[in-house]
Design a protein around this ligand. Sequence first.
Ligand code: FAD
Ligand code: NAD
Length: 487
Amino acid sequence: MADKFDVVVIGAGPAGYVAAIRCAQLGMRTACVDRWLGAGNQPSLGGTCLNVGCIPSKALLEASELFIEAARGAAYGIRTQGVALDLPGMMRHKDKVVGELTGGVAQLFRAHGIAWVAGKGKLLPNHRVEATEHNGSVRTLEGSNVILASGSQPVELGVAPLAGDRVVDSTGALSFDSVPARLGIIGAGVIGLELGSVWQRLGSKVVLLEAQERFLAIADGQVAREAYKQFSAQGLDIRLGARVLGSKVTEKGVTVEYEDKSGAQRLECDRLVVAVGRRPNTEGLYDAETELLLDEFGFVHVDERCRTNLPGVYAVGDVVRGPMLAHKGMEEGVMVAETIAGHHAEVNYDIIPSVIYTSPEIAWAGKTEEALKAAGVDYRAGNFPFAANGRAKALGQTGGFIKILSDARTDRVLGVHMIGPQCAELIALGVMAMEFGASSEDIALTMFAHPSLSESFHEAALSVLGRPLHVAKAARTPRAAAGGADG
Ligand code: FAD
Ligand code: NAD
């Protein structure tokens, strides 16, 4: 006898658990099958994001940043003595944050009457899901609808296979038991930069080997150049155009052989992190008889409403096309729940915020300047440097800028790009502006609190219009404006 539900969700990461909550809120009988085992080998909700992704990495980023700031007290007129790292304590902080948040999802499931099945789910024909629980017992769940939200896992490299605690993926790099004196990282993408920053702040000498010649090719070029300059000044050794040929674990550490345009190179490090992207979890997710369609890259094929080729079967989050970001998956989860309930819902894929939680933070939404040029769009750009912002000066974090790109004809904002303090929060201003179809003049006519970092957003809009107040002239580049001052 099958357990009957209106919706069965496979996967309880941000895409799946949010889909399940919204389905339950809309009055649907909902089950969620998830296989994750966390601390103590206990089932844990929240998927990659809460267990080994967004949350633990941000806990370490915040803690390691505080460590640096504490040691920098003298710059603020604070004498500090005996600032020392307690790595096990920092890891306990991280684990506590993870435990509270994963436990919070379990509470939300209880509050919404969602049936949580801890085990592996497999899609069978006719909306049935076979759930193999951790104790080996097998149940069949029958859903009028099924949502696949099985997420992703790190890509492995044949030339640098994982090896104990010497060669690790991002999960291993969140739990080192000591600070490696020399840390190598393959891939200078989001994970490489975030986790590289954590260990560099805690004392590692970090070398990043990046295959591409252009640093942070996904970001606006001007932001990427500023980031490269600032990260290099902090001591991150970013080697571009590096083709890794092989790696060898030795008694003392790891040797990585690679080549770049100068020829063959060798990197000796104590530990190596492989951070070269993630791939969708589709193995064992469905029975071949279902005839579920994957796309050419191995993601579950979906349309713009996250409908698969099977009626009543949807897929959301990292297992489908688009950026692998928790908030993108959550919005898809909500869209699918609403669609199943018969409501109209959509996701605006053109305005997905991206954030890199380094120091300075990097954030953007909408089109880059390079993309606008390539598309032949006539645009205007305005920049404002944090060096001319009073709050940034008070914070002692004056590197970076905010840049707004708007349509030259209509003045509608097409892209917002920033690097500097608290940009993860500030980017929401750009997202809201673009969602509401704002022009740079709309932003210019809006009042912002003084002194605040958000004034730089206001000034960037004024700069698009050629009339910034706190720099001598409309700046095309942040460097040109560095002499400005904000009273
Ligand atoms: P996942 O979170 O991967 O969850 C999928 C769940 O499904 C897992 O629990 C998995 O065990 C389960 N599952 C898989 N197959 C089955 C099956 N057959 N049966 C049952 N259960 C199954 N994104 C951000 O937006 N911001 C960040 O700051 C950020 N930081 C990150 C830092 C790191 C180190 C990493 C690795 C990732 C980070 N990400 C971040 C990416 C983010 O974690 C993912 O985009 C997000 O978790 C995807 O959500 P999801 O629900 O699609 O999949
Ligand atoms: P990524 O795509 O951001 O970066 C991978 C990097 O590795 C790229 O720069 C790529 O050119 C490089 N690379 C690939 N193969 C290589 C090789 N053989 N040698 C050297 N370099 C190589 O992927 P990631 O950093 O692994 O992160 C995975 C996903 O997780 C990303 O899609 C990201 O969106 C998500 N994530 C997001 C956040 C955030 O939102 N703050 C944080 C962490 C992870």
